[in-house]
Design a protein around this ligand. Structure first.
Ligand code: AMP
Length: 419
């Protein structure tokens, strides 16, 4: 057999095709998540997948810049595919500064990253997320995290935890230890804390210039604790930060059960644009990282020249679908109409159109299959009713309807179906 070689039959590396059942599962997830965002008063936005490379690169950090799909168009413009929705939305805000703030937006969109593909890691994937733009209030932090928890629950995640940190707390800690100038190394090390043994994490810090003593202190302070315990730690680090944090915890407590949350200084998150609270959600028996977000009070100024505080989160949709076991949704055909005789075609079409008007999905046989093949075919594609229109039946003015689930057959007057 000739045709394309196998590797060209498959999608481009890191990308995937969505067969109907999978696509219906994706759409169901889209409906569920969108309706949660809508209930919280968020409205949906979309932007082009292609952005000016400069816009994408502005606040991405080198690691993310390396992952940008970059190209020049025929006019020589330097362009790239969006790697998240936060940056495009920041750009949209920059020329819509008269929008009444706070702005509450959500998205369910494709993003692209030239990542190393592996299980749960694609180069083209969907993100669902929200942005709350124009508020510095700790209530805004609590609202967005509440919305993240509500999204996970609506998606069917019964087991999840949201780990919360505040980059300012980490910075205060570093300041108190005289290690602020080694912030990058510390962030890199903390980011690995859940995956690597203690010595290796400390090693990343010391080889980045942090003293052994400070690295150990940082490691030990960055252990998991309750949000209430964190308030005390933050108070000791910085009075004002501690007070703001206490308020945030109070607001969050009012909205969501506290056992869903942990304070964890090792949650620093990769993207360079975070400035305050950061958080990450883990779901299921394997604690799959399905999403995260945080406050990015400086990002909008980079694009608009105006300081506008904001925060948001993004959920990796494919990951969440995997975590909650939503992989495919069957959508059987309602009616398949088979005619034994070409003369009956007009009756078949009239009946099909009638049923379609009532909202049913209907297929009329194309005349290439015998009855045995049709039976096999309708079962394979998933069908509820097979309608048989034969000459004898037509003379009697009836059709046969076979319920393929119940395996029953009834005769129904055609006039009753058409009226
Ligand atoms: P981030 O924008 O990096 O914070 O990512 C938010 C979420 O998107 C992550 O928690 C993942 O669930 C998902 N995600 C990130 N990168 C990928 C990828 N390459 N493939 C699939 N999902 C991803």
């Amino acid at each position: 057999m000739t045709g394309l070689p196998d590797q060209l039959r498959r999608p481009v590396r890191g990308m995937r095709d969505w067969m109907p059942q999978q696509l219906y599962a994706l759409r169901r997830m889209e409906e569920v998540l969108s309706s949660v965002a809508e209930q919280y008063g968020y409205r949906r936005v979309e932007t082009p997948v292609v952005e000016h490379f400069e816009v994408l690169a502005k606040k991405a950090g080198q690691e993310v810049i390396n992952e940008i799909y970059y190209f020049r168009d025929k006019a020589g413009r330097e362009l790239g595919l969006r790697f998240d929705m936060t940056v495009p939305i920041a750009r949209v805000l920059s020329y819509n500064l008269d929008l009444p703030r706070p702005v509450r937006w959500y998205y369910f969109s494709k993003v692209f990253r030239y990542d190393e593909p592996q299980h749960g890691r694609y180069r083209e994937f969907f993100q669902f997320g929200v942005e709350l733009i124009g508020s510095a209030s700790p209530r805004a932090d609590a609202e967005v995290i509440q919305l993240l928890a509500a999204s996970l629950e609506a998606a069917g995640a019964s087991k999840y935890v949201i780990r919360i940190n505040d980059r300012r707390a980490v910075d205060k800690l570093l300041e108190s230890l005289g290690a602020l100038s080694h912030r990058d190394a510390v962030y890199r090390a903390l980011d690995k804390k859940l995956k690597l043994p203690r010595e290796e994490v400390i090693g990343i810090m010391t080889s980045g210039g942090v003293s052994r003593d400070a690295a150990e202190k940082i490691y030990d302070t960055a252990s998991e604790m309750s949000l209430d315990e964190a308030v005390e730690v933050l108070r000791r680090l910085d009075g004002r930060l501690g007070e703001a944090y206490a308020k945030f915890v109070k607001y969050l407590e009012a909205a969501v059960p506290m056992e869903r949350f942990k304070f964890d200084m090792s949650i620093v998150r990769g993207l360079d644009y975070y400035t305050g609270v950061v958080f990450e959600a883990f779901v299921g028996d394997y604690w799959l990282a399905v999403g995260g977000g945080g406050r990015y009070d400086d990002l909008l100024e980079l694009y608009s020249g105006v300081k506008i505080p904001a925060l948001g989160f993004a959920i990796g949709v494919e990951r969440l679908m995997e975590a909650v076991g939503l992989q495919s949704v069957e959508k059987p055909l309602d009616y398949y109409i088979y005619i034994f005789d070409d003369d009956a075609y007009k009756h078949a079409v009239a009946l099909a159109n009638r049923l379609r008007k009532q909202g049913h999905s209907v297929v009329v046989e194309l005349g290439e299959k015998n009855l045995k093949d049709v039976f096999e075919y309708v079962l394979k594609i998933g069908t509820r009713y097979l309608v048989l229109i034969g000459r004898k039946e037509l003379e009697k003015g009836v059709v046969k309807i076979r319920d393929l689930q119940k395996r029953e057959e009834v005769e129904v007057p055609l006039s009753a179906l058409l009226s």
